[in-house]
Ligand binder design. Structure first.
Ligand code: ATP
Ligand code: MG
Length: 500
């Protein structure tokens, strides 16, 4: 048998108002890592949902190990050895790590299949966690884990079944460098064992480390399949967006402002934040860098009134303020785009328009509290266009948008709110290169209008490319401050890993 063991031919899939896939072809070899690339909404997840039995194609065929196959459900695909780690998590928050990994496939005693063989199962879980270098306890509730740890549990779950094909839909979007390393090690191991791996990611540099081939899609169409070793990243981008992109970090004039909009002194939260001291100026993009767990999100949450603080002073426009709730923070002019947009952001059942306008209705109502529908519609339409949110119309439920486009909705919501200070926590995670550029341009327009932005990002090139000043955090403290002219990846990392 040839090493080409999967072939998807002429796959077409329509949803109401959208042709998600049109005549797409895809092949996979044994023991290869095949990257699937394309802009948000290109059809990557849909193609893989078809391969894993979540959706059925309207047209086309799937040949697996030489036979034509159809899957009526994900279970049928799984029985043939096809496993997927979805872009959206599928964990049960109230169950433990172990229960999530083995749900429906619990280890039972040899002599009594109704009795759980707890010891063997625990050993098995521990082995998987060790392979992934994952330092969490099998008995921890998933709800108590960070987003990154939850992602690793998804991965643990997928590798616990010996898959012939493993599909990973943006597995690293929420991971730290060291977690990505462990994931790549496991990927190489699976590759050696002959597993075919489909890997969806927007991080092209990272793919160079593991991908053998790449298939690029655009607007539901197949664009091409190339060898990763020989292709130039700029060519891949051109295939994805259909044009050559200019400078990915659009330039701004050097920042000279000294009009402090936010001053933070001695901010402390027991065991989490220590003696935080900094200012944010009008028209500035201030970067917040550091490793995962350094306290960046915790600082954002404290400023936003989401977590109580134990001490310190916050001044807005020179006046001391007490921010003890999210509501107060917004009233005082602080907006926060959270990193966990699924949990804290989107109402999946509601339309694109409602999701953008959510929380913005007071400003869009007349004196009698009646919502100005026309204005809401105009505003959301403008934002949908400005951010190129891919949706057939404004009334589409957010649920039906691709992952990256769902994120853009939340960005649109905060832009619409028009607060003076915006905290963006990983704003471009999971977002394609073209859309990244749009978000950067939008940030530049906001600061040009006199807004101030705090940007938390784990991507150093992005921090370096976009920020006027950079604060580096470690263990809940600010360990360094760098300005745009002198910052480098090396000196950021130095402050991020500084010993206490
Ligand atoms: N269940 C659905 N109902 C209606 N439209 C859908 C549904 N699922 C996907 N779509 C649409 O199909 C298109 C392709 O979506 P898909 O999720 O495959 O994109 P993607 O390439 O994975 O994007 P991203 O990088 O943002 O995750 C999009 O326009 C999306 O809105
Ligand atoms: Mg997707």
């Amino acid at each position: 048998m040839s090493d080409l063991f999967l072939q998807m031919n002429n796959i077409t899939k329509r949803f109401p108002g959208v042709v998600a896939l049109s005549n797409v072809g895809f092949t996979l070899r044994r023991g290869e890592v095949h990257a699937l690339l394309g802009e948000n909404g290109a059809g990557k997840s849909t193609l893989m949902k078809i391969l894993s039995g979540v959706y059925q194609p309207d047209e086309g065929e799937i040949l697996f190990e030489g036979r034509s196959v159809t899957f009526a459900s994900p279970l049928e695909a799984q029985l043939l050895g096809i496993t997927i780690i979805h872009q959206e998590f599928n964990l049960f928050p109230d169950l433990t790590v172990e229960e999530n990994i083995f749900i429906g496939r619990e280890f039972c005693k040899k002599n009594n299949r109704w009795q759980l063989d707890a010891k063997t199962q625990r050993q098995k879980v521990q082995t998987i966690l060790d392979t992934l270098n994952l330092k969490i306890k099998p008995e921890t509730r998933v709800a108590d884990l960070t987003v990154a740890q939850q992602q690793m549990v998804e991965i643990a779950k997928a590798i616990s079944v010996n898959a012939k094909i493993l599909i990973m839909d943006e597995p690293t979007a929420a991971l730290t460098e060291s977690e990505i390393d462990s994931l790549f090690n496991v990927t190489r191991l699976l590759k050696q064992q002959g597993t075919g791996i489909v890997y969806i990611s927007h991080r092209l540099e990272e793919l160079a480390l593991i991908a053998d081939r790449a298939t690029v899609m655009r607007d539901g169409q197949f664009i091409g399949t190339v060898d990763y070793e020989t292709v130039q990243i700029s060519d891949l981008i051109a295939m994805m967006v259909g044009r050559k992109l200019g400078d990915i970090y659009p330039r701004r004039p050097p920042f000279t402002g000294r009009d402090a909009v936010l001053e933070v002194k001695n901010l402390t939260r027991k065991d989490v934040l220590h003696d935080i001291h900094f200012s944010l100026y009008r028209g500035e993009i201030l970067g917040l860098s550091g490793l995962m767990g350094a306290g960046r999100t915790e600082l954002a949450r404290a400023l936003f009134g989401a977590d109580k603080i134990d001490g310190g002073e916050i001044k807005l426009h020179g006046k001391a303020v007490a921010i003890s709730s999210v509501h107060q923070a917004i009233e005082q002019g602080i907006g926060y785009l959270t990193e966990d947009r699924k949990k804290e952001g989107l109402a999946l059942g509601l339309s694109v328009e409602l999701n953008i306008m959510l929380g913005n209705y007071p400003e869009y109502s007349d004196a009698f509290g009646i919502v100005k529908e026309k204005r809401c519609q105009q505003t959301s339409e403008q934002l949908v266009n400005a951010l190129r949110i891919k949706t057939p119309h404004l009334q589409q439920p957010a649920l039906h948008l691709s992952g990256g486009n769902q994120q853009k909705i939340i960005i649109a919501r905060w832009v619409c709110k028009d607060t003076d200070i915006l905290i963006f926590d990983e704003p471009t995670r999971g977002i394609d290169v073209g859309a990244k550029l749009e978000i950067y341009e939008l940030m530049n327009r906001l600061v040009a209008k006199g807004k101030s932005i705090i940007m938390i990002s784990s991507e150093l090139p992005e921090i370096l490319g976009m920020c006027d000043r950079i604060l580096v955090m470690r263990n809940g403290r600010i360990t360094g401050e760098l300005d745009n002219a002198t910052a480098t990846q090396e000196n950021i990392m130095k402050y991020a890993t500084l010993e206490d």
